[in-house]
Write a new protein. Structure first.
Length: 421
């Protein structure tokens, strides 16, 4: 199902090292020709220091023990550069390994730099060497070492642009080491910097937000609080604007997170509005499912989309692990909407809507009624579900009225301002 496969689009906003897990996944799934995947890996590796890895892939791809001379020359260059950097960075690394030195560091970076200069004769050249060495280690695939080096570098870096670069490097390293707690902290730090820093132009800030949204997918779909974090970040106005301008394909992940996360169903109306606005730019079975169900009340259309969703999720690197959870919650959404507009529901027809066999559907509905405490009962002899009245709670009524009032106030304020111009 390459029609809805997003890796070619996602990779435009990712560091090349973050693309490797996507290629490994696609190779395992057999979505593309294996030869093409391996050639893509070699193309990515050309601009890194992972020369031995590139050589191994070349040997496998061409079934040979020989490698091009260019690869051999590149390996010699990488080793020479490594030795030079090790010499340049050795003084500052030895200094930073001393606990007594670290204890004397303060929040003031200028103080730290002056302290190192006066007491250890370590100046800007050595600090720059630390950054270059961390970047070199990252390009070699030594992500743990890179993360360890970037942490002290940020306590010494007084260049804002270089500091942001170090933060991106730290986030990428933590993701690739699957250290998702640290990566979640990195995302929050980067968000704060991106939102508060003055950029040369707004386009640069927009680009940084777009990158953060994409890199954050690795964390949000692997951290216990990630799905809530995803909804919060993706629906915050500046980042929602970035999605609508640069990356409407990310609506797939926002829609999936909202469907799976029952506590965040309260944002469904906002999500549907955005999906409708961007339907001309991006649409897939997941967004179409929500539109069919919540806008058109087209249960046949929703059923067809739900059947296609399974394949889309199965071939998505980020969503494949939550396929079963998505399908269960999507069926729950269908059931809830169907129950709102029908008082007596034929179980056989509902089973078809849910893409389930009759026995499984009846058991699923019985468990749902019991666990969700729905005012409903199953008439087994007639093969129906009879719904009782579902009165809206006072809290829900007040909440809905408050939302309506807020929207009307906003519209009225805009009308007044517009009329005054």
């Amino acid at each position: 199902m390459t029609k809805y496969e997003l890796s070619p689009v996602l990779s435009k906003y990712l560091d090349k090292h973050l693309v490797f897990p996507l290629l490994e996944f696609l190779q395992e799934k057999g979505i593309y020709v294996e030869k093409d995947i391996m050639q893509s890996k070699i193309a990515l590796l050309q601009n890194t220091n992972m020369v031995d890895f590139a050589m191994d892939i070349h040997k496998m791809l061409h079934n040979t023990e020989e490698v091009p001379q260019a690869m051999k020359d590149h390996r010699v260059t990488v080793i020479a550069r490594l030795r030079q950097l090790q010499t340049d960075v050795d003084p500052i690394i030895k200094c930073l390994e001393n606990p007594a030195v670290i204890r004397n560091f303060k929040q003031d970076k200028a103080f730290n730099l002056q302290f190192l200069q006066e007491d250890f004769q370590i100046g800007p050249d050595q600090v720059e060497a630390l950054y270059q060495y961390a970047k070199f280690q990252f390009d070699c695939g030594n992500y743990s070492t890179a993360a360890e080096l970037l942490q002290p570098y940020r306590t010494l870096c007084i260049n804002n642009e270089r500091n942001i670069s170090a933060l991106w490097g730290k986030l990428s390293s933590d993701i690739l080491m699957q250290n998702f707690d640290a990566a979640r902290e990195d995302i929050n730090k980067l968000k704060e910097v991106i939102d508060n820093q003055t950029f040369a132009n707004s386009l640069q800030q927009l680009q940084q937000r777009t990158w953060l949204l994409h890199w954050a997918l690795y964390v949000f779909w692997n951290h216990e609080s990630g799905r809530t974090d995803l909804v919060d970040l993706f629906l915050s106005p500046p980042y929602l604007a970035a999605i609508q301008i640069n990356a409407p394909h990310l609506l797939r992940y926002l829609a999936t997170a909202v469907i799976i996360n029952k506590r965040r169903r309260n944002v469904m109306k906002d999500l549907i509005r955005v999906i409708q606005q961007e339907a001309y730019e991006y649409s897939d079975p997941i967004t179409q499912f929500l539109e069919s169900l919540y806008v058109n009340y087209d249960f046949d259309g929703a059923q067809q989309c739900l059947a296609e969703c399974e394949g889309v999720l199965d071939n998505d690197f980020f969503l494949t692990a939550c396929k079963d959870e998505f399908m269960d919650n999507a069926r729950l959404c269908v059931f809830e909407i169907y129950c709102r507009i029908h008082q007596c529901i034929d179980i056989k027809m509902l089973a078809e809507r849910l893409n389930m066999d009759l026995g499984a559907a009846e058991k699923w509905i019985a468990n749902l009624i019991l666990n969700a405490r729905l005012n409903a009962k199953i008439d087994s002899s007639a093969g129906t579900v009879v719904m009782g009245s579902q009165a809206q709670s006072v809290h829900e009524q007040l909440s809905e009225k408050a939302k309506e009032l807020s929207v009307r106030t906003f519209m009225l304020a805009n009308s007044v301002v517009g009329g005054g111009k």
